[in-house]
Design a protein around this ligand. Sequence first.
Ligand code: NDP
Length: 482
Amino acid sequence: MSKKKILTTAAGIPVPDNQTSLTAGERGPTLMQDHYLLEKLAHFNRERIPERVVHAKAAGAHGTFTVTKDITMYTKAMLFSKVGKKTEMFGRFSTVAGEKGSADTVRDVRGFALKFYTEEGNWDMVGNNTPTFFIRDAVKFPDFIHTQKRDPSTNTKRDFAQWDFWSKVPESLHQVTILFSDRGIPKGIPFMNGYGSHTYSFINRKNERFWVKFHFKTKQGIECIPPGEADRIAGEDPDFHTRQLFDVINRGEFPKWTFYVQVMPEKEAEDYRWNPFDLTKVWPHGDYPLIEVGEMELNRNPENYFAEVEQSAFSPGNVVPGISFSPCKMLQARIFSYADASRYRLGVNFERLPINAPHAARVQNTYQRDGVMRFDDNGGPDPNYEPNSTGGPVADPAYAEPPLKISGDADRYEQKRGVDDDYVQPGNLYRLMSPQQQKELAENIAGSLWKVPKDLQEKMVEHFRRADEAYGDGVARKLGLI
Ligand code: NDP
C-alpha cells in the first residue's frame, strides 16, 4: 500500500485537522493560535497577482521550432545555425483589451508572444496576429489603450472613445481596416498568423546588419468566425479559444506555423519609399519576398496555468546574438515597458521563475542579488561586484554589434512621408480583399460606428474614402449616410 500523503502547513508541519477550526469551546470564538487557519485565509487573500493592463486573457502551450532552410547568411543566431536544428519554445496567445475573464471570440487584435529557449539565452518574439499597429509613437500608447478599456465613470465599454481617437489619428487606419476585416475574429489560435510587426535586425558572422520582419503563417489556414456566431459563442463559452487550443493539442493535432522573414539590406532603408521603421506600415511582399526559415509546432499543454501561462513574461528586449533591435519608436518603448510591467506584476526576479528562466542556456551569470522572492542560492559566495579578481563573469566584446550610424537633430518627429502616407497601404489592403470581404468590412465597421454621433461617422467615412472611394462609400451606405 502506498504511503499516505500527509497535509502540511507551508512550513511543512503536519496538519491534524483541515475541516474544523480551533475554538474556545464548541460555540466559542476561534483562537488566534489556529495558525493553520490564519495561514490558509491569508494565502487565499493573496492568490491574485496584478492583472496585465493589456493582454490579460490568454492561452499558452509549449512547442518546438525546427529550422528548415539555411539563413546563416543573414544571422549568426545559434537557433538558426543548422537545417534540422530544434529549439524548445513556449507561446502565449491573448486578446488585448479584455480582462482575464473576458470572452475569447471578440473583435480584437491577438497577442502572439513566443519564447525560444536557445543555448545563447531566451529570444522573446513578442508579436501580434497583425503585421501593423494602430500607432507608430509610444507616447500615444496609454491614450490609445484607454479608448479600448472601460469608461472611468461608468465602467462600461464604449465605441465613441475609439472612433474619436481613430478619427484624429489617421495612422491607425491600416490597423483599423485589419481589425474590422474578417480576420478581426479568428476561429481559433491555430487559425491565425503571427507577426513580429516591428522591424528588427539580423547580424551575421561578418557583422553585417540586415533589417528584418518576422512572419509566422498558419499551416491550418486562416479561418475566421462571423460576428453573429462569435457573439453567440462569447455567451455560451467565453473560453472557446483557450479550450480549443488545449483540446487540439490533447488530441495530438499539433498546430503548426511556417516561420518566414523579410530581409532588407541595411543600406536600402535610407531610400525605401516607406519608412521601414514605421509600425503602421508593412513591407509589400513584391518588394521584400517572404524567405522560409522553419516550422513552429505547439505540442505540449501546460500542466499548471498559473505557473506556466500567467507567470510567463515576455520582453522584446530579450534578443539573442544575431538578432537585434531597430529604431522603430514603438519597439524602443516596448523594450522598456514589457520588462517594467513584469517587474511590477511578478517582482524583480521574474526572469528566475521556471517558465522564464533560460532552459538551454542554463546560465544566469548576473551581478543581480537579492530582491523580492529570490529563491535560488542568490549567487552563493560568488563576487557581487565587477570588476573583480575572484573569477566573476566578464562581458565578452565578441558579442558587440556593428555600430549603427545615427544622425539628425534631437526633436519630435511625426515620421510622415507625404500627405497620403497613412492612406495608401489601407487602400492596398481594401483592394486585395474579395467583394465579400469588402462587404463584411463595411458591415463590421458600421456595426460599431452607428453608435457614435453622425459628425464622427462622417469624419471616419472621409478617412475610408481617402484610402479608397469604394471603401468610404461602402461604409457610408451601411450607415445610411448616402
Ligand atoms: P501581397 O498581395 O503580397 O500580400 C497580401 C497579404 O495580405 C497576404 O500576406 C495576405 O495574407 C494578407 N491579407 C489578405 N487578407 C487580409 C486581411 N483581411 N487582413 C490582413 N491581411 C490580409 O500584398 P502586399 O505585400 O503589397 O500587401 C498589401 C496589403 O496586404 C498591405 O497593405 C497589408 O495591409 C496587407 N498585408 C501585408 C503583409 C506584408 O507583410 N506585406 C502581411 C499581411 C497583410 P495570407 O497570405 O495569409 O492570406
